[in-house]
Design a binder for this molecule. Structure first.
Ligand SMILES: Cc1cc2nc3c(=O)[nH]c(=O)nc-3n(C[C@H](O)[C@H](O)[C@H](O)COP(=O)(O)OP(=O)(O)OC[C@H]3O[C@@H](n4cnc5c(N)ncnc54)[C@H](O)[C@@H]3O)c2cc1C
Length: 264
């Protein structure tokens, strides 16, 4: 049964009353949102919306919930495991136009961004401060999408993953409530750790609209080297030894059948 054929067009009418031109049912836009970087075939949503604010996301969620229509949060669609496929149709909520850096707290080493800001956009925005955000999955993904997939990257050995670097989130829950999971303060232990519940929730628990993140000072000096090892075991032992000596390093391991190289 093709669930997409059952889509209630009055949903589109209500979405248009809310967002006007920022609702699309065109084939091209639906196709763009019906495929990620995985090998899975296209699965198109029935409509795509482009909210600008947390309140607009909440109002979209309210419409979808009343009509019992699936909702798919969407960053820039770089995920690798079919996350954003609309297998039962529904409405894709594209957060990419929520792309404002809301606050930079240089002295506290943190930033607050809308979920559609990409990691490169954030680093460009703060480069004059001498700070940077280190999590670097290959794609220039949104920070909302990176939070939802608990992304990591080449800097994970030194700086951790999104799990260690998200301080707080603003989230629209499926019932339309807007919650803030925590405060910016790094020491904050009252109640459940909701932040960590949403990091890695892959769009299933709520729609992240704002992210507070740790920032780090840029190194004053960096050097790079390539070391070749006869086996993967030797390379891993070297990484462990260097890390245990508390030497700040970032590793990229490149493997081929006959040798393993580490750039650092
Ligand atoms: C070339 C390449 C290299 C990569 N390398 C790595 C790597 O080294 N390490 C690693 O960890 N990952 C890696 N990735 C995966 C990468 O982490 C994800 O593609 C990225 O985090 C997804 O971000 P996005 O903005 O594209 O989200 P999308 O792909 O649009 O969405 C991903 C998931 O998050 C949900 N989502 C998106 N935005 C929100 C939101 N605001 N609120 C709630 N849910 C949301 C979606 O529903 C979906 O489930 C790589 C990807 C590529 C293409």
């Amino acid at each position: 049964m093709n669930k997409a054929r059952e889509f209630d067009q009055s949903v589109v009418a209500e979405l248009r009353a809310l967002l006007g031109e920022r609702v699309s049912t065109s084939a091209a836009v639906r196709e763009h949102h019906g495929k990620d970087e995985s090998y899975f075939p296209y699965a198109l949503p029935d409509a795509v919306v482009f909210p600008h604010s947390t309140e607009e996301v909440r109002d979209v969620v309210d419409i979808c919930r009343r009509h019992r229509v699936p909702m798919i949060p969407f960053g820039v669609g770089t995920s690798l495991e079919g996350h954003i496929l609309a297998v039962n149709g529904g409405v894709t909520i594209d957060l990419s136009r929520m792309n404002h850096v809301l606050a930079i707290h240089e002295e506290d080493l943190d930033a607050v961004v809308q979920a559609g800001v990409t990691r490169k956009q954030l680093n460009e925005h703060i480069k004059h401060t001498g700070l940077f955000f280190p999590i670097d999955p290959g794609a220039d993904a949104t920070l909302g999408g990176m939070t939802a997939t608990r992304a990591s990257g080449t800097n994970a050995v030194r700086y951790g993953t999104m799990r260690e670097n998200v301080l707080s989130l603003k989230v629209v829950l499926p019932d339309g409530r807007i919650i803030q999971t925590s405060r910016r303060a790094k020491k904050s232990a009252a109640g459940y750790d909701l932040t960590r519940l949403f990091v890695g929730s892959e769009g299933t628990l709520g729609i992240i609209t704002e992210v507070s993140l740790r920032l780090y000072p840029m190194q004053e000096a960096m050097s790079a080297a390539v070391c070749a090892f006869p086996t993967l075991r030797d390379a891993v032992d070297c990484v462990l030894a260097v890390t245990q000596h508390a030497i700040g390093v970032e590793f990229v391991v490149k493997g081929c059948p006959r040798r393993v190289a580490i750039d650092y």
